[in-house]
Design a protein around this ligand. Sequence first.
Ligand SMILES: NC(=O)c1ccc[n+]([C@@H]2O[C@H](COP(=O)([O-])OP(=O)(O)OC[C@H]3O[C@@H](n4cnc5c(N)ncnc54)[C@H](O)[C@@H]3O)[C@@H](O)[C@H]2O)c1
Length: 385
Amino acid sequence: MAQISGLDAYKDAPSAEVKSTGRRMRVGIIGCGWIAESHADSYKRMDDVDIVALADIVPGKAEEFAKRMGIEGARYYDSGNALIDGEKELDCVSVCTYNRQHAPCTIYALDHGVNVLLEKPMCVTLDEAVEICRAEKRSGKVLSIGFQPRFDKNMKMVKEIVESGELGDVYYIQTGGGRRRGIPTPFGTTFIENETAGLGALADIGCYSLDMVLNAIGYPKPLTVTGYKSDFFGKDPKYYSGHPEYAKLFGVDDFAAAFVRLEGGIILDFRIAWAMHIDTPGDTIILGTKAGLRIPSTDCWNGSIGGPMKIYRTIGTTTVETEVPVLTGSGNLFDHKIRTFLDASRDGTAAPIPSSQILYNQAILDGIARSSDLGREIEIEIPEI
Ligand SMILES: NC(=O)c1ccc[n+]([C@@H]2O[C@H](COP(=O)([O-])OP(=O)(O)OC[C@H]3O[C@@H](n4cnc5c(N)ncnc54)[C@H](O)[C@@H]3O)[C@@H](O)[C@H]2O)c1
């Protein structure tokens, strides 16, 4: 069974080089669940950060989180908005709520002059993403989206290979990935209920696959999408050992596929699964006019790369394959994500992972869901921000 240990790929040694001695930053965390632990750990490793406030809507959860994580002197709040209202001198917040609360918490924080590091996926719908971007624009604050795989050296290499021109003009991309058995319920049901998650595998891990390839090719605008999603595993009580009741709660997708047309004539062929009767739905491939790139998938798709990449070319009449060795030493990706966000917030510089890019990622997720519901191809229209 594929493990969904999830964050293990990011628990490399702490990254000493990402520490800073700039002015002290006052930070809050909204949502004290699983991923908040990684944020708290990284903030604690920074020598210029005080975690001054924690919020969770579950009574007592913020206090319990502080105790477990060894955070002293923080104030506790029973919602993200209460935290923003109660803290007058806050520099930054991490929004670590489940997906449905990403937009309201982020917009409220930005509207009150606080810089935001928002967990992935950006939100649930394109409309929410547009509202988030508008709030960012009117606030003048920094909003960065939590795609820590961007800081992995191998991910950077994917982009370098494309940008080097080695592949020629990219015209077709197949991406996605999946788990044979990996619906994320070990810590509760917030990932599978519609009221909390909104989207399933499509957004949870699909957003990573999209970011890997779209970032590499410069985030062209998505134009049309034919999408499909299903829930055959999530709705099956036999899937869950010991928790057949989860099947009734399951209100999102466990599999999604799509055919997306991007600006510049590039085709994106996508599939993603939390559960399926196969080992992998395929590697990521990027086809260009001069060469092709294969990026091996993993059995726990979470934005990491499953082995050495390969470039396929023809020299004269001979087909040639070049292996790109796996690069190690990226450091702790969460430390990079937090440090780059803090630096941008302190200096008022560009967000390390800008919403202007992730807006297109969200437009595709939203388009796949809507096209699937409508049973036909749709045009993606992105309003002016
Ligand atoms: N970057 C990564 O590697 C990664 C990994 C896991 C999860 N995530 C993302 O992080 C988010 C949270 O995931 P999780 O596993 O921590 O979920 P979780 O359910 O364990 O935690 C979410 C917490 O937010 C709280 N909450 C909800 N609305 C709130 C509000 N308005 N104010 C304050 N607290 C609120 C909930 O009570 C809960 O405790 C998801 O969007 C998920 O996709 C990212």
